[in-house]
Design a protein around this ligand. Structure first.
Ligand SMILES: NC(=O)C1=CN([C@@H]2O[C@H](COP(=O)(O)OP(=O)(O)OC[C@H]3O[C@@H](n4cnc5c(N)ncnc54)[C@H](OP(=O)(O)O)[C@@H]3O)[C@@H](O)[C@H]2O)C=CC1
Ligand SMILES: Nc1nc(=O)c2c([nH]1)NC[C@@H]1CN(c3ccc(C(=O)N[C@@H](CCC(=O)O)C(=O)O)cc3)C=[N+]21
Length: 279
């Protein structure tokens, strides 16, 4: 079964647009972009398009690549204090030399649409309500919309990043899965991935997940966005794995669009001034 993130995201955006209209919300999302990394352009463009579609005002704050950390912090402070700005997103990665940690920690946690602020990461850890990181949230939405059970199931995550690997591990743990998080030092990776009922690959390595690493009937979630010969592909060797997986997300058209939809939902929730509860 193909987990159609593109189709599901489109439906979620339509529902969100109706909610925003009905509740007379007019959320504003500010995106801070430092430098002009081409990969960011695509993501910022898709985000902007989604904002227009659902009725979120999208404001870009662009700063030159040689901006200092202090300048970024000053700009974020202005956005924190601006009552007309509901959500703040700092486009990652930031250029070398900018202190990413202090930039993320400077965002008002109540405006942190990525859920990356240490306070919101702590709330994720403890299961307290708060905005959850967009890609992990999008994956959980995919699993629940396709009725893929998590309770008591073996979940294996390949990748331990702060923005994807760790938070999806915690969300699956909160959903009563038994979670294993793998990384580049994990030994016998294939032995571990074959035990998974749900496999999430967020390694950023094209072709790292092959058919021999997947248990027949397993659900495979591919977070990877890699370029191979100028073509976008995931971590999973899709054509061979699709034949034995029970469910699989395509790249493009899977996790990516769900990330964007989750970002829109986080922004609307923050504009509703409600402590957002996920899972
Ligand atoms: N579709 C979407 O919405 C999004 C997609 N992405 C994509 O997801 C991918 C992962 O990004 P991100 O989460 O930021 O991860 P990072 O690139 O920050 O880290 C990659 C992780 O994978 C692990 N890893 C690398 N090689 C191997 C290997 N051979 N075996 C096991 N583990 C390995 C690393 O281990 P170690 O910690 O030991 O180095 C690390 O934990 C990228 O392709 C990124 O572009 C990211 C965000 C959103
Ligand atoms: N603060 C911050 N938060 C992020 O969530 C964040 C970020 N910075 N920096 C960049 C990464 C990457 N990311 C993607 C989102 C959607 C797609 C996506 O929708 N991709 C399409 C393909 C688009 C194309 O055609 O190339 C798809 O998978 O179908 C990809 C990548 C969010 N990121």
């Amino acid at each position: 079964m193909i987990l159609d993130g593109k189709g599901l995201a489109a439906r979620r955006l339509e529902l969100l647009k109706e909610d925003i209209l009905e509740e007379k919300l007019s959320p504003t999302l500010a995106t801070v972009i430092v430098g002009d990394d081409p990969a960011s352009h695509m993501y910022v463009r898709m985000k902007h398009r989604a904002c227009e579609q659902v009725g979120i005002n999208s404001v870009n704050v662009t700063l030159p690549a040689d901006t200092t950390t202090k300048t970024v912090l000053d700009r974020i402070r202005q956005l924190n204090e601006d009552p007309d700005i509901d959500g703040i997103l700092v486009q990652l990665p930031l250029p070398e030399g900018i202190d990413t940690e202090s930039v993320i920690a400077s965002i008002n946690p109540e405006k942190d649409v990525d859920g990356f602020h240490p306070l919101n990461m702590g709330r994720l850890m403890t299961g307290l309500p708060g905005p959850r990181p967009c890609t992990p949230k999008g994956i959980m939405t995919l699993l629940s919309e396709y009725n893929i059970p998590t309770s008591g199931k073996r979940a294996v995550i390949v990748g331990r990043s702060v923005d994807v690997g760790r938070p999806i591990g915690l969300l699956l743990l909160h959903a009563d899965a038994t979670v294993t998080i793998c990384h580049s030092k994990t030994e016998n990776l294939a032995e571990i991935t074959r035990q998974a009922d749900i496999l999430v690959s967020a390694a950023g390595r094209a072709g790292i997940i092959t058919a021999d690493m997947v248990k027949p009937g397993e659900s495979v979630i591919d977070v990877g966005t890699n370029q191979v010969n100028g073509k976008l592909c995931g971590d999973v060797s899709f054509s061979e794995v699709e034949k034995i997986a029970g469910a699989i997300t395509p790249v493009p058209g899977g996790v990516g669009p769900m990330t964007i939809a989750s970002l829109m939902e986080n922004t609307a929730d923050i504009a509703r001034n409600r402590c957002v509860h996920f899972m």
